[in-house]
Structures are given as C-alpha cells and as structure tokens.
Ligand binder design. Structure first.
Ligand code: F0G
Length: 461
C-alpha cells in the first residue's frame, strides 16, 4: 500500500539539520513592523516566525545537494561542474546552448537586451514584474495575454495560466514584424501560480510557426506545471513528469530560468536556446555582465547544487506532496472564511484582501492591511500583490490595481504541516477581526518599485 491511500500529507523527507525559529510576542512584532514603516520587506528576517514572503531561493537543500557542493570545481573556464549542470538542464530541456546566470532576471536582462528595443512588443501570458521591467527597460512594450478566466479570481478553469491564442493571433496579424519573441510563463506566477496546459502550448507553437516567431518559456516552476498537467489534462494522467517536461521543452525555442524556484537552488538561473547566432550574442553580453560562459555569475558549487536539485524536483512523491500541501492550505483557509484565489496554485495561496476588507477603498491598501495583520498577529510574513505594488502610474498618479491580493508563498521543503496549521490558525484569527483592520497611507515612497521601500502609516479608524 502506498501513502496515497491515507489522507495525511506526509513530507517525503525527514529533518537532517535544523534552523531555530525565534518566537516573539505580539508587542515585539507590533514594534518591529512600526519601526519598519509597516513595510514587511523592511522587517528583519529574525523577527519573522513563518516567512512566506517568497518561494524564491528560500527552499531547503537536500543532503545530496550539500554533498554535491563539495564537488564544486571553481575553475574559471571549462569546470566539470558546468558540464554536470549543463547535462542536468539538458536532461529536461534539451537545448543546444545552456548559459548560466546568477538568477532569473539576469537571463531576462541579457535576452531582452539582445532581442528588445523601442517599438517592439513582447507578449506573455502574464509577465512577472522583473520580466516586464526588463522588456520595458529596452523601450519595448510587454503585453499580458492570459485567457479571461485567468483574470477572474473565482474561475475554476484547470489551466488558468493559458495564453489567449486568439489574442496572440490578433496581435501577430497586426504587428508580426514588431514581435521578437513570444513568451509563456509556467506556472503563471503573477496570475496566481496557475498552470498552462500542453494543449495550449501546442496551440501557441502553431501560431508562432505560422508567423515565424520564436517561443520562449519563463520556466521557473516547470515541475509544478508538469504535475498539474499530469493531474488535470486529458490524456496526460499517469505519465512521468520528466516526459511531460521534455514535451514542454520540445515546443519551445528557448527559455529563461530562475533556478531559485523548482531547481531547488538558493541562487542561480540560466538562459537556454537552440539558435547559435542568438546564443553567441547573449554570451557576449554575459561575459560583460555575469562572467565567463561556463560559470556565468555562479560558483562551481552552485552549479553542482542545481544539477542535483533538478533530479529531485521531478520526483513524483515530492511533487504530490508539494501540490497537495499547497492545496491543503488553500482549502483550510477557505473553510475559516478567508477569501482565496481559486483554484490553489502550485507554489502559493493568494488571499483576496479586497474581498475580506470591503470597508477599505483600494487606495487605502487592503492588501497591505492584511499583510501587516498576519505579521502582527502571528509573525507570518506575506507579500502584498495589489495597489501598493501596481497602483502607481508612470505619470505619478495612482489608481486601484485590478486585484488586491496577499501571497502566501511556500518555500520548498522548509516548513512542516504543523507550521502550516499554525498559519491557518493565524489567518482564522485575522478573519475574525477583519472589520477592525485599518487602512494605510503611504508617507514616503521612491519613484519606482515602491513596494520594497515605501513607508506607511495606519489610518485612524
Ligand atoms: N519569472 C518568474 C515567473 C518569477 O516568479 C521570478 C521571480 C522571476 C522570473 C525572476 O527570477 O528572482 O531569480 O531574478 N520570482 C520571485 C517571486 C522573486 O517571489 O515570485 P529571479
């Protein structure tokens, strides 16, 4: 009998080395967040009990990854660690050129530096914020073409990350010459960690072929996406995740990658592609900004850890646990009356702060209010994804974002079920006092990316 016959989700690992968590009192937390200008990015990590700010670079490495680190070869050129890394990437994504970078945004900066430029347009299901920023930094426009269900927090569509193929076709029919590359982000982080189906990728490929366009993947959470395909897509059930990943890769011409997510790294990324000429141009930039092409901004030991991590993330027991445990949190929160984005995504649960706090106007930042409350009540750190992050317009004015969400991102293999049960209890307590939560105003903000450093003040209730 396998553990699938039982309903308890067990972590398919046991603890080998521990990191202490510092318990704090509500008074200590209220004072810490006040000193931080009510901005959770400004709170010291030591003052956080359960840190769900991001799943990026915050996962626990395995015994075998730490062992692999000892094999790191720090040769400047041609390190065996590079070849192990390259071969591990190619096992899943068999692209001709694999170019390591220090993290995902470095791969984006290099690629869009080469392919972007004023007047060009890059479509994506939804650009992650660094992807959008790197497209726009070249003078190009980033357009989001996710299917309409992907914008509806309550839609139960199984592949809410899908790209709207008709909208892509319409864009290309009008402006094909201006589109240097079509992107698909798997899973769609900014849209709730929602997956993209193989059928959708095939349809996107077909349109790209008709217009002679490159298709690239932003593949940070590829293994979670492949697991959803196995679970939800007709004809894919029971297949090996590695085979699904290879099918995904075969539909694309290249990829950008943050290895801080599914590859189980604390740092790292890569850029991969088949096109020799494009790869040569990217490597020339890489040498200027990251490093020699066989290490590209990473140490040999980092490359070793990633090569090993890539073999672990496609393990079915791991992925079953990963997706089930995120769904467990989403389901439990719904039961305690917390409005959550449906269905639960792969790496995170997104709380609908605007629905929970209808007494607050979006310009009183309901997401910020909820995030601060989760911290004050239970030391849980989350991330506002709403009007604080997206509300400020290039002309300096402000308007409500389309949604006011708070993301609880789950670091990989880091927290146990009791930690998650505690988060559920904290959320339940916050739901009970929701009517009393204050709005906020910004007292100081930088000209761009204000969510990282802005200072806030609670409004009198
Ligand atoms: N693309 C996606 C879909 C991402 O989620 C991220 C990072 C990046 C690109 C950039 O990668 O951080 O290695 O430079 N997402 C993190 C998050 C930061 O919290 O969602 P990076």
């Amino acid at each position: 009998m396998t553990t699938e016959a039982f309903s308890t989700i067990i972590e398919p690992f046991r603890i080998h080395s521990v990191e202490p968590l510092r318990l704090t009192t509500p008074e200590q937390r209220r004072s810490a967040v006040r000193d931080a200008g009510y901005n959770l990015f400004q709170v010291r990590a030591e003052d956080v009990l359960i840190d769900l700010l991001t799943d990026s670079g915050t996962g626990a490495m395995s015994r075998d990854q730490w062992a692999a680190i000892q094999h790191g070869d720090e040769s400047y050129a041609g390190s065996p660690s590079y070849y192990r890394f390259r071969d591990a990437v190619r096992e899943l994504f068999p692209f001709e050129h694999v170019i390591p970078t220090h993290q995902g945004r470095a791969a984006e900066k290099i690629l869009f530096g080469v392919l972007g430029g004023p007047g060009l347009v890059v479509p994506n299901n939804t650009h992650f914020d660094t992807t959008r920023a790197n497209v726009e930094a070249t003078g190009a426009t980033a357009v989001d073409l996710v299917i309409p269900e992907g914008r509806d927090p309550q839609s139960l569509h199984p592949f809410k990350g899908n790209l709207d193929v008709d909208a892509l076709e319409a864009l290309l029919a009008e402006r094909a010459d201006d589109v240097p590359v079509v992107f698909v982000t798997i899973t769609n982080n900014s849209g709730g960690g929602q997956p993209v189906s193989l059928a959708n990728l095939r349809a996107v490929r077909e349109v790209c072929d008709r217009y002679g366009k490159r298709l690239f993947l932003d593949a940070c959470r590829f293994a979670e996406n492949a697991w959803f395909i196995r679970e939800r897509e007709p004809g894919q059930e029971g297949r090996a995740v590695v085979d699904i990943v290879r099918d995904i890769a075969a539909l694309a011409d290249g990829m950008t990658m943050s290895a801080k997510k599914d590859p189980m790294g604390n740092i790292g990324g890569w850029l991969a592609m088949d096109d020799d000429d494009l790869a040569a141009r990217c490597r020339n930039v890489l040498i200027l900004t990251e490093g020699f092409p066989t290490y590209g901004g990473l140490a040999g030991r980092d490359l070793e850890a990633l090569a090993q991590g890539l073999t672990e993330v496609v393990d079915h027991d791991y992925l079953r646990y990963r997706i089930a445990s995120t769904a467990y949190l989403g389901e439990a929160l719904r039961k305690v009356g917390m409005p959550v984005l449906q269905p639960t995504g792969g790496h995170a649960v997104y709380l609908d702060a605007r629905a929970l706090l209808p007494h607050l106007d979006p310009l009183q930042y309901p997401g910020q209010s909820l995030a601060v409350a989760l911290y004050e009540v239970g030391g849980v750190r989350s991330c506002e994804i709403g009007t604080v992050m997206f509300g400020r317009q290039p002309d300096g004015s402000e308007r409500a974002a389309s949604l006011d969400l708070v993301r609880l991102a789950i670091p990989r293999r880091t927290y146990t079920q009791s930690h998650i049960d505690y988060v559920i209890e904290v959320c339940e307590r916050v739901v009970r006092t929701a009517d009393d939560l204050p709005g906020y105003r910004i007292v100081d903000e930088p000209p761009a990316l204000r969510h990282f450093t802005a200072r806030f003040e609670p409004l009198p209730s």
